[in-house]
Design a protein around this ligand. Structure first.
Ligand SMILES: Cc1cn([C@H]2C[C@H](O)[C@@H](COP(=O)(O)OP(=O)(O)O[C@H]3O[C@H](C)C(=O)[C@H](O)[C@H]3O)O2)c(=O)[nH]c1=O
Length: 184
């Protein structure tokens, strides 16, 4: 497994070793020991999620202000542009964002620690997005920031007009959003 810190170093790009042969391929999509050693910290996951979306669907930018979730994301069919935004107000990268393409083809994963908003847009005709979370879903604590917030200025793939949920159509601007005093 190759682990690469991104421009916001707490966010990690994870590339599992893929064993290909004449039958197809095998990979370990998660290994607690390897993951903990790579992070130098113990996180346990309590929930696995799976969403399927059509091309252009944008889910996000979401976070839980209480019980913040760390997320380990991957795509098993299709491709998405996956984005994380730093909401830790004392962070040197507060308000910064990173984006990577995750796909069935590149088998990449993204570790997004607690303290970040997360969202993705689907690039392929359809995408199956799977992710593990370190805290349970707590809708009462869920918050959303606009995908097109002018302060964040996320450089989403230009060719797509996002398809949004009603919730995301009513998301907050970053300047009005609740953020994290600290997150470990
Ligand atoms: C997230 C979640 C949702 N739900 C139910 C609630 C709704 O009835 C339905 C769809 O929920 P929602 O529209 O919030 O799903 P997404 O827009 O994919 O939300 C996710 O989008 C971005 C990408 C994230 O990072 C978050 O994990 C999460 O907020 O699933 C559950 O029962 N459990 C859950 O953990």
């Amino acid at each position: 497994m190759k682990v690469t810190p991104l421009e916001i170093p707490e966010i990690l790009l994870i590339e599992p070793k893929v064993f290909g042969d004449e039958r197809g391929f095998f990979l370990e999509s998660f290994n607690q020991k390897v993951f903990s050693e790579a992070l130098g910290k113990e996180y346990s996951f309590v929930q696995d999620n799976h969403s399927r979306s059509a091309k252009g669907v944008l889910r996000g930018l979401h976070y839980q202000i209480q019980k913040p979730q760390g997320k380990l994301t991957r795509v098993v069919q299709g491709s998405v542009y996956d984005v994380a935004v730093d909401l830790r107000k004392n962070s040197p990268t507060f308000g910064g964002w990173v984006g990577v393409e995750l796909s069935e083809k590149n088998q990449r994963q993204l570790w997004v620690p607690p303290g970040f908003a997360h969202g993705f847009i689907v690039l392929s005709e359809s995408a199956d997005f799977l992710y593990k979370t370190t805290e349970y879903y707590a809708p009462e604590h869920e918050r959303a920031i606009r995908w097109d917030d002018p302060t964040l200025a996320i450089d989403w793939p230009a060719a797509l007009t996002p398809i949004l949920s009603q919730k995301d159509l009513k998301a907050s601007y970053f300047k009005d959003a609740e953020v994290f005093d600290e997150c470990n």
